[in-house]
Design a protein around this ligand. Structure first.
Ligand SMILES: [Zn+2]
Length: 331
């Protein structure tokens, strides 16, 4: 069996898939919180293994797809940098393969250790949405994930574009405010400082003086709390402003928004649609792309990673489906 695992800034989600296309579903999953901001590489990797083994539940693992919130190198071997994780030029693929080899050799199931496939989380989400979600059949599209930070993926000619170094689509760290808010990446004024789960929490903290997580803010907004609603409007407006710049650059058929914060749907997307129309040149003289919610929402990264692990096993040389990845040819 194959498992996909999404490694984010605050939690690790592992999933097992069943079915294909429209019938593709998450058959089982495990969610493990990240061990604090100062965790070492080994602690993060231990949590990844724990989540995967929980889903495997004693069955023989043949492949593990890892979706990482960070810069993954061209060859899918290392995480070069991750703003919300400790990995710095870390050989994550080999380290995880070694850990799984240790785990499986101790078990009774026998048969070799699973192959690990490593890819950026937003690229994984794009694979999931291309294969069975909101990007199915799309030729040119953008995917934006709004979670702890912002991730992005570019689809051209029906394929995920990885860039010269595997780092394309890092829209979250495009500077939108010169000398703006400090970002965990070391720069200032990055888009994700104004449009992310962290941004939502910060707006609430400034207004109320207390810490609330994204789920609590959504609960307040649902109950009509004006401060919470204003916080979503702010984050949504910044989402649309950023997307306007990307639409000007890429002129995509559609833009899909995923990630944890996107689970609120139109509370985020409506202000984003308005801001997109207000922030792009020649609004009255162009067709703006639809701005849609991702089918797999916060699970898209893990689902895409599981698909990469599955594809790698079953079709290393086939000329593929729309969701096919460059990654299999680089190994
Ligand atoms: Zn940044």
């Amino acid at each position: 069996m194959q498992v996909g695992v999404d490694v984010g800034g605050t939690k690790v989600l592992a999933v097992e898939l069943a079915g294909e296309g429209d019938d593709l579903v998450v058959a089982s999953s495990a969610l493990v919180p990240m061990p604090g901001r100062s965790a070492a590489d080994a602690e993060v990797e231990a949590v990844v293994v724990q989540a995967v083994l929980e889903v495997a539940a004693g069955r023989r693992l043949t492949g593990v797809g890892v979706s990482a919130a960070g810069l993954v190198d061209r060859d899918g071997e290392r995480v070069r940098f991750a703003a919300h994780l400790p990995w710095r030029d870390a050989p994550v693929r080999d380290r995880l393969e070694a850990r799984f080899a240790d785990e499986t050799s101790g078990g009774s199931t026998g048969g070799g250790a699973p192959r690990v496939v490593l890819e950026n989380d937003a690229n994984c989400a794009a694979h999931a949405e291309l294969a069975a979600g909101a990007l199915r059949g799309a030729s040119s599209a953008l995917l934006i994930t709004v979670g702890t930070g912002i991730g992005g993926a570019i689809v051209l000619d029906g394929r995920v574009v990885r860039g010269a170094n595997g780092m394309a689509g890092e829209f979250g760290h495009v500077q939108v405010v010169p000398d703006g808010l400090a970002c965990e990446c070391g720069l200032r004024g990055c888009w994700e400082q104004y449009c992310s789960g962290r941004a939502l929490e910060r707006v609430m903290r400034v207004a109320l003086g207390s810490h609330l997580d994204g789920r609590e803010v959504e609960g307040l907004a649902r109950d009509g709390d004006p401060v919470a609603r204003e916080a979503f409007a702010s984050v949504g407006t910044w989402l649309g402003v950023g997307i306007a710049g990307l639409v000007s650059s890429f002129d995509p058929e559609l833009v899909v928004v995923g990630g944890g914060v996107s689970a609120v749907g139109d509370r985020l997307l409506e202000p984003a649609r308005r801001a997109l129309a207000d922030s792009i040149q020649a609004t009255a003289h162009r067709d703006l792309p639809p701005l849609l919610a991702a089918r797999f929402g916060p699970e898209a990264g893990a689902v895409g990673a599981a698909l990469l692990a599955r594809d790698y096993r079953t079709a290393p040389s086939s000329q593929g489906s729309r969701g096919s990845s460059d990654i299999r040819r680089t190994r």
